[in-house]
Design a protein around this ligand. Sequence first.
Ligand code: ZN
Length: 318
Amino acid sequence: MSFASDVRGELARQSVTDACCARSELTAALLCAGGIAWRGRDRYAVTITAGEAPTVRRYFGMLKQFYGIIGQIRTLSGDALNNQTRYQLAVPEAETARLLAALDLLDKRALFGVRSVPAEETVRFACCKKAFARVAFLMCGAVNHPDRGYHIEIAAPTEALAYYIGDQLKYFGLNVKNTCRKSKFVVYLKRAEDISDMLSLLGASSAMLAFENVRVKKEVSNRVNRQLNCDSSNINRAVSAAEAQIRAIRYIDAELGLDKLPKPLREMAFARANNPEMPLAELGEQLEPVLGKSGVSARLRRLTDIADKLRSGEEIKL
Ligand SMILES: [Zn+2]
């Protein structure tokens, strides 16, 4: 089971009690699934097709409860290209005109007399807007498992419908983007927080919690990795500083002799040479008397300074 089908399963189980929302849902189901076919002269075939049986059963129940229509459910077996069983709910032809009129989907001026987006009055209240968005996702939505990158989308069959769906989501503050892909018109979101908001808006709260779990785990492990990388680059920097100090000490020993150095510098040089990887604070504890981190750092700088001057032939005052 994919994450997307978990979300669809959860959405298909949402109950609808208000007639206003049922009307909005059925309108969305017909428009998004592209299930209205013109049969000539005010005759239409109306079907709702989905990949999951619960989705189709949901609209069977809704048609019966709110419109007194008994639909027919059939199974469409997959073809050679797409070996997936699909489920279809067909509205009896004698009832299609009545249903389309009740949903206010008929419009003499529209292509084949059917609107491509709902009439203004159909999706009126916030509850109906939410219901519309839910069905748009149920019918043509997709969402990635959070492990596979953040993406949620609804791919509508027409551009007008895509913008209409986008408007319903924007009403709730989701700033969706539009794009076009393979003759589908897509509204999508890419930010993890937005996807989470959209899942809870649609009513997929269990899926939202699962999504958040993965997201939080991912973010914590990203932060830990960043911290580790940062720590190891600090360590690398410290190691390469120590290497430079040891090179300087060897050079001074070869060119000048460590015994020529004043006692504090000579002891510092021996301490470093004997403890190439020791942090500065601990290095200071090797000295007699104990020296603080900044004192150690100053003496080591003095040693590399002396080596630099020796290399360039400058005069050294010890
Ligand atoms: Zn409503």
